[in-house]
Ligand binder design. Structure first.
Ligand code: COA
Length: 702
C-alpha cells in the first residue's frame, strides 16, 4: 500500500495529465487543456485520449502508461462509466492526485461507485478531488486546470468552492474585480479531499493571504472546526454559506447530495472558530480584497473624514452595525483637525471638512489623520462636488493610499456621485485601491478587518477539565434503557445533574404528617407540596399542589387539604405521600441545552428560558468544548444579556453560575455518548454569588 501524498503535490504539480483531453473545441476535455496552455503551466502537460493525435500543439498519448515521465496529477474528464478504469490506470502509473471532473456519482445517488473509487484510490496511494468538479488552479505553477475563465490574475486570495457553477462565476468575477488568486479549488462531492485537507495546506502557503470558502453543507464538521481554529489565527477566512433561509436549506440539502446543517449552528460555530461569514458574494469579494492588501490596524480608533454631513451620519450608523469604534476624544480631534477644517465644518468624528474641500484640503485632512498616532484607521468619504475633478480626486486618493500603506495604517474610500465618479471607481480599482460606491460596503470592509484582528489577538481558549462520575451516570442510563425508555425520569435526571454539579430544588417524599414536619426542616420554608401518586397525573387539576407553605401549621393544613381534594378527584387513587419541594423564587429564567449536531457533533446552547423560548428565539450556540470565557461570552451574546448583567439598578446575576451549567452539560454530552439531547429549562439565575437553580431537566437517550 502506497503512502498517501502530501497536498503540496497537487498545488505544486510538476507534471499533469488530462485523461479525456479532446481536440474538439467546445468539449470540456478541450477547454481544460486550452486553459492550462493559455495560462502558461510551468510543469509538463500530457493530454491522454485513445484516439491519439494532438491538441493545441501537444501530442496526445493513447494511454497513460505511454507517458515517458512521472505524472503527479491526472485530471479525469471521461464519461462516468470510464472513470474507474481511468483511476486503475492512474494507480499503475503511480499518479498522486486525481481531480475528477466527471459528474454522475453521489450527487445523483450513485454513492456506491463513488465509494469504491475513493477506497481504491486511497489504497493505491492516490487522493481524489471531487468528483463532480470544474477543476482547480494554482498560481505557484501558473496552472489553470479548470473549464472556467482563463487569464487568471495572480494574488493572495484562495477560493475553495463546493458549488461548480458559482465557483466558475466567482473565477470570472475575480478578473472583473481585479482580485488576485493564489488558487481556486472546486471540491464538488468532496468524497475524499475536503475543505479541511486544503486548509491545512493553505495555512502555511505564503502566497495565500486570505481564504474564501463557499460551503453548502458540512459533513466532518468537528475536524473542519479544529483546522479552522488554527488557520484563522494565521490568516483571515471568509465563508459564504447558502441555506440561510429554510427554503434555501432545503435546496442545499438536495444539491451536491450533501446535508446542510442547521444554519444557526453553522453561523455560531464559524464565528467561534474566527471565520467571517459574508452576506453576499460582493461583500465576500470586497472583504477578501481589502484583507489581502491592507495593513492590520495597530489600535481600535477609527476616524471618518467626509466632505458631506449626510454620508458621515450613514457611516456612523454603519460603524455601529459593523463594530467599528469611532475615536471620540473631542479635544484631541480638535487639535488634529482644526488646522484643516473650515469654521463651519466639524472636527468631531465624522470629521466634516465640508463640500468646499478640494484636493489640497482633503490631502491635508488625511495627512493629519495619518500622522497622528492616536488614530489607527481611516474611512474617507467623498460626495461629488464641482470643486474636484475626477482626475484630481483619483490623484489625491492614490497619493494618500500609498502614504497610508507605507505607514501601515488601513485606509479606504467611499465615493458617491454620477457617471464620472463611477468611471473613477473603475480606474481607481485598477490601482488596487479599496474604493466603494456605497458607504456601508466600505465600513463593512473595515469592520471585517477589525473582526479579524480582534480574533487573531485573542488568547487560545483554555479548556477546563471537569470530573464526572461517568460510571454512575451510565448505570442510571442503563436502567432506563433496560426499562425500554429513551428518556430519564425526573429523579434519574436529578442523579445526573448532581454529578454535573447542577443544583436542583431540594425535595423529599413524606409519607405521614410527622414525617412531613421532620422533612420540611431539611427542605426549608417556603416550600411547595405536591401529591405523590401514580394514579394522579394532572396534579394541579386534582388540587394536588400547594404553594407558599411557610410554617409547620401551614404544612399540616396543606397535607389535609390535598388529601381531601385528591380523594374527591379520584376516590380510588393510591396516595403514597406528599412531595415537599423547595419553593424557588422565579427571577431571571434561562435555558441551557446540549445536543449532537449532525455536522458539528456536540454543541451547547444558552438563551432566555421559560415557556417562551420558542417565540423569543434568543439563544446562542457553540461547538464543544468551550472555555469558561466562551461560556460567559454566550451569556453576553444573547439579545437580552442586559437582564443578566443588571438592569435598572438590579444587581448583576450569577453569570459564573450559568457558565458552570454550560460547562457541566458540555462535559456530560461529550463524555456520555448514550445521551442525544439535554435540556435544562428554566434555570433560575440568582444574584452574583448566589448561584443558579435548575427547575426542570429533560434528558433524551439514543
Ligand atoms: N481515456 C481517455 N479518453 C477517453 C477515454 C479513456 N478511457 N474514454 C473516452 N475518452 C475520450 C473520448 O474519446 C472523448 O474525446 P473526443 O472528444 O476526442 O472524442 C473525451 O474522452 C470525452 O468523452 P465524451 O464521450 O466525448 O464525453 P463528453 O466530453 O461529452 O463528457 C464529461 C465527458 C466528463 C465532461 C461528462 O461526462 C461530464 O461529467 N460532464 C459534467 C461535468 C461537470 O459538470 N462537472 C462538474 C462541474 S461543477
Amino acid at each position: 500500500m502506497r503512502e498517501l501524498p502530501n497536498v503540496k503535490d497537487l498545488f505544486e504539480a510538476r507534471s499533469l495529465a488530462v485523461i479525456g483531453a479532446s481536440a474538439t473545441p467546445g468539449k470540456i476535455g478541450y477547454s481544460i487543456v486550452k486553459n492550462i496552455v493559455n495560462d502558461g503551466y510551468t510543469g509538463k502537460l500530457y493530454p491522454v485520449n485513445p484516439k491519439g493525435g494532438e491538441v493545441l500543439g501537444f501530442p496526445i498519448y493513447k494511454c497513460l502508461k505511454d507517458i515517458p515521465g512521472e505524472v503527479d496529477v491526472a485530471v479525469i474528464t471521461v464519461p462516468s462509466n470510464f472513470v474507474f478504469d481511468a483511476v486503475r490506470e492512474c494507480a499503475e502509473k503511480g499518479v498522486k492526485f486525481l481531480p475528477i471532473i466527471t459528474s454522475g456519482f453521489s450527487e445523483i445517488g450513485n454513492k456506491e461507485e463513488e465509494k469504491q473509487i475513493i477506497a481504491f484510490a486511497r489504497e493505491h496511494g492516490m487522493r481524489v478531488l471531487g468528483p463532480n468538479i470544474f477543476g482547480y488552479s494554482s498560481s505557484k505553477i501558473s496552472l489553470n486546470a479548470a473549464f472556467g475563465p482563463n487569464n487568471l490574475r495572480k494574488g493572495g486570495v484562495a477560493i475553495i468552492t463546493q458549488s461548480g457553477a458559482l465557483g466558475i462565476a466567482m473565477m470570472g468575477k475575480t478578473t472583473v474585480e481585479c482580485v488576485g488568486l493564489s488558487c481556486v479549488v472546486s471540491i464538488g462531492n468532496k468524497a475524499d479531499l475536503d475543505e479541511a485537507d486544503l486548509l491545512e495546506y493553505l495555512e502555511n502557503d505564503p502566497e495565500t493571504r486570505v481564504i474564501l470558502m463557499y460551503i453548502e453543507g458540512v459533513q466532518k464538521g468537528q475536524r473542519l472546526l479544529s483546522v479552522l481554529e488554527r488557520v484563522t489565527r494565521k490568516k483571515p477566512v471568509v465563508v459564504i454559506k447558502s441555506g440561510r433561509s429554510s427554503r434555501g436549506a432545503m435546496a442545499a440539502a438536495s444539491h451536491t447530495g450533501s446535508l446542510a446543517g442547521a444554519d444557526n449552528v453553522f453561523e455560531a460555530v464559524m464565528k467561534q472558530a474566527g471565520v467571517m461569514r459574508a452576506e453576499s458574494l460582493d461583500e465576500a469579494f470586497a472583504w477578501c480584497k481589502f484583507l489581502t492588501a491592507a495593513p492590520a490596524p495597530k489600535g481600535e480608533n477609527t476616524c471618518i473624514v467626509t466632505n458631506g454631513g449626510g454620508v458621515g451620519v450613514m457611516a456612523t450608523d454603519a460603524s455601529e452595525k459593523y463594530g467599528l469604534n469611532l475615536y471620540d476624544d473631542q479635544a484631541k480631534l480638535k487639535e488634529i483637525f482644526s488646522p484643516v477644517t473650515p469654521e463651519f465644518g466639524s472636527t468631531k468624528n465624522p470629521v466634516d471638512i465640508t463640500g468646499q474641500a478640494g484636493y489640497k484640503e482633503y490631502s491635508q485632512a488625511l495627512t493629519a489623520a495619518l500622522e497622528n498616532p492616536a488614530i489607527h484607521s481611516v474611512v474617507a468619504l467623498y460626495c461629488e462636488t464641482a470643486v474636484f475633478t475626477a482626475e484630481t480626486l483619483q490623484a489625491m486618493m492614490k497619493e494618500s493610499y500609498e502614504k497610508y500603506q507605507k505607514a501601515g495604517k488601513p485606509l479606504l474610500f467611499s465615493i458617491i456621485g454620477g457617471e464620472k465618479i463611477e468611471k473613477a471607481i473603475v480606474n481607481i480599482r485598477e490601482d488596487q485601491i479599496p474604493v466603494f460606491p456605497d458607504v456601508y460596503q466600505a465600513v463593512s470592509c473595515m469592520g471585517a478587518m477589525y473582526n479579524y484582528s480582534r480574533h487573531a489577538a485573542l488568547p487560545a481558549p483554555v479548556i477546563e477539565a471537569r470530573k464526572l462520575n461517568v460510571p454512575r451516570i451510565k448505570e442510571t442510563i442503563a436502567k432506563a434503557k433496560a426499562d425500554g425508555r429513551t428518556f430519564l425520569l425526573p429523579w434519574e435526571s436529578k442523579v445526573v445533574m448532581d454529578e454535573c454539579g447542577i443544583r436542583m430544588p431540594r425535595n423529599a417524599i413524606a409519607r405521614s404528617h410527622d414525617e412531613a414536619i421532620k422533612l420540611a426542616k431539611e427542605v426549608g420554608y417556603p416550600l411547595v407540596m405536591k401529591v405523590a401518586s401514580k394514579d394522579i397525573i394532572h396534579k394541579s387539576d386534582a388540587g394536588g399542589v400547594k404553594l407558599n407553605i411557610n410554617d409547620d401549621a401551614g404544612l399540616l393544613k396543606a397535607y389535609e387539604d390535598i388529601l381531601t381534594s385528591c380523594k374527591k378527584y379520584k376516590a380510588d387513587a393510591k396516595i403514597d405521600g406528599m412531595e415537599l419541594c423547595e419553593q424557588v423564587k422565579l427571577t431571571t429564567e434561562t435555558i441551557v441545552g446540549a445536543r449532537r449536531d449532525a455536522s458539528f457533533g456536540p454543541t451547547v446552547m444558552f438563551g432566555l428560558g421559560g415557556i417562551y423560548v420558542e417565540v423569543l428565539k434568543d439563544v446562542v450556540f457553540r461547538s464543544l468544548p468551550v472555555s469558561r470565557a466562551e461560556a460567559k461570552g454566550m451569556v453576553a451574546g444573547i439579545r437580552a444579556h442586559k437582564l443578566l448583567e443588571g438592569v435598572r439598578g438590579e444587581k448583576p446575576k450569577d453569570i459564573d453560575g450559568v457558565a458552570d451549567v454550560i460547562l457541566g452539560l458540555g462535559a456530560l454530552i461529550q463524555a456520555v455518548e448514550e445521551i442525544s439531547d439535554i435540556e435544562v429549562n428554566p434555570i433560575v439565575v440568582n444574584e452574583a454569588g448566589k448561584g443558579v437553580i435548575a427547575l426542570d431537566v429533560r434528558i433524551l437517550l439514543y
